[in-house]
Design a protein around this ligand. Structure first.
Ligand code: UGA
Length: 440
């Protein structure tokens, strides 16, 4: 089958490379010539484990090519997957401008009965509006489907190769059958549902996971009031098979390019349908308040941030990615600088680009001189008064902080509950975790 994937972000590049590995002819399309030039040379413009290798392997087979030309990409394609970005508007609602402009651009070149499948996260009703945009530009018959994506950054290739489920939302039997055939190689359960259900399933899956994180963080806050250890609580309640102890480590709230955005979009959608007093509207607020509250709470324990040298470990929003969108560090570091601290930050993958440094200093030129970023952990913690571990990168979690304790370091803040409190306390740190008793 010939497939065109429009949009070469995380979802687009991974999807294109994976379908190509199943023997299909895949053309990746993007309107940005620089991006396409890089991809043609086998360069992935972001870090995602295993993706560069898969991409280059597939390019060698000749199954996977890239172009900026809609005509070349669309004219022979049986299935066209839209994986373009869907930024949020200022009010939190989804902005579909890229989805619509891709729909209008592809329309004139459609092969009869081609399937246009939307992978981007879009609200219910979008299939109809996209179909209208296409119909306004062509008389050729085509089919529509919703094909939501559930991959995570950092494990995107494995998640795509081995999904928990495939969701096909189409009201056309022919399109559903073709897409089922296309997805058989994944050997995963396939759900045929209404397009609206597919879209609600995507939003709800993310919203539920976000809710789970917010819930356990609030339980952790309560534990801090009474001497309970939230990690013990998780073990106990997780033994209930209806609940489970997976995907439940407390921390800094959820970040990244998906959860904050999808929760806000579903909340905005709930308001447009007259359901303003919806759980999702509160969830977003709880998440936004989390980091400022933690900073204030830690600050009060260690006698204020003013004049402290803080080593902030982890700048990406999570391990195994260099993505800093909605990353905790970009909220934590500007707040520490504003409170008078000096920050040396570390991340194994994030580079000290102008964009990252401006974000870390909160856009303040006055604060910029008080923050640095390095890919070297040991030098980052030298001279630190406080070590603040934000991300559970293996490079951070496996580091011997007890053995290599800087003489200046008095405090160790474990914002992901990844470290052994007793070992660190014995080594001379005052240990602070999330929802755990103090071991000082
Ligand atoms: C998320 C979903 O997990 C994917 O299924 C979905 O396809 C994707 O969004 C998307 O919509 O494209 P991702 O944003 O890559 O994937 O990251 P996750 O690993 O799910 O983590 C999201 C955030 O939750 C991170 O900030 C992470 O640190 C936080 N988190 C996760 C916790 O605080 N505690 C946990 O137990 C798990």
């Amino acid at each position: 089958m010939q497939i065109c994937v429009i949009g070469t972000g995380f979802v687009g590049v991974v999807t294109a490379a994976v379908f190509s590995s199943f023997g299909h002819q895949v053309i990746g399309l993007d309107v940005l010539p620089d991006k396409i030039e890089k991809l043609k040379q086998g360069i992935v413009p972001f870090f995602e484990p295993g993706l560069k290798e898969l991409l280059q392997e597939q390019q060698k087979t000749g199954n996977l090519t890239f172009t900026t030309s809609y005509e070349d990409a669309i004219k022979n394609s049986d299935v066209i997957m839209l994986a373009v970005g869907t930024p949020s508007s200022a009010e939190g609602a989804v902005d579909l401008k890229y989805v619509f402009s891709a729909a209008e651009s592809l329309a004139p070149y459609l092969k009869p009965n081609a399937i246009v499948a939307i992978k981007s996260t879009v609200p219910p009703g979008t299939l109809n509006s996209v179909a209208e945009k296409i119909k306004a530009k062509t008389k050729t018959a085509f089919e529509m489907a919703s094909l939501p994506e559930f991959l995570r950054e950092g494990t995107a290739v494995q998640d795509t190769l081995h999904p928990d489920r495939v969701v096909i939302g189409s009201s056309s039997e022919a399109a559903a059958k073709t897409l089922e055939e296309l997805h058989k190689s994944f050997k995963a359960p396939i759900f045929h549902v209404r397009p609206e259900s597919a879209q609600m399933a995507k939003y709800s899956a993310n919203a539920y996971l976000a809710l789970r994180i917010a819930f356990i963080n609030q339980v952790a806050d309560l534990c801090e009031e009474n001497g309970a250890d939230v990690m013990e609580v998780i073990k106990v309640i997780g033994a209930d098979r209806r609940i489970g102890d997976h995907y439940w480590y407390p921390g800094l709230g959820y970040g990244g390019s998906c959860f904050p955005k999808d929760v806000k979009e579903l909340a905005a959608y709930s308001r447009t349908v007259g359901q303003a007093n919806n759980l999702l509207n509160h969830l977003n607020l709880i998440n936004e308040e989390r980091i400022p509250k933690l900073i204030a709470n830690w600050g009060s324990k260690l006698g204020g941030w003013n004049g402290k040298k803080v080593a902030v470990l982890g700048v990406a929003f999570k391990p195994h990615t260099d993505d800093v969108r909605e990353s905790p560090a970009l909220k934590v570091v500007p707040a520490l600088l504003a409170d008078g601290a000096t920050v040396s930050a570390y991340d194994p993958r994030v580079e000290a680009s102008d964009m990252v440094m401006a974000a870390l200093s909160g856009g303040s030129e006055a604060h910029a001189k008080n923050v640095s970023l390095s890919n070297e952990l040991l030098t980052t913690i030298q001279d630190a008064d406080v070590i603040l571990a934000l991300v559970e990168w293996p490079e951070i979690v496996e580091f011997d902080f007890a053995g290599k304790k800087p003489s200046t370091a008095q405090w160790f803040i474990d914002a992901r509950n990844q470290f052994d409190a007793h070992t660190l306390t014995k080594a001379g740190y005052n240990y602070l975790g999330i929802g755990r008793p103090s071991h000082a």
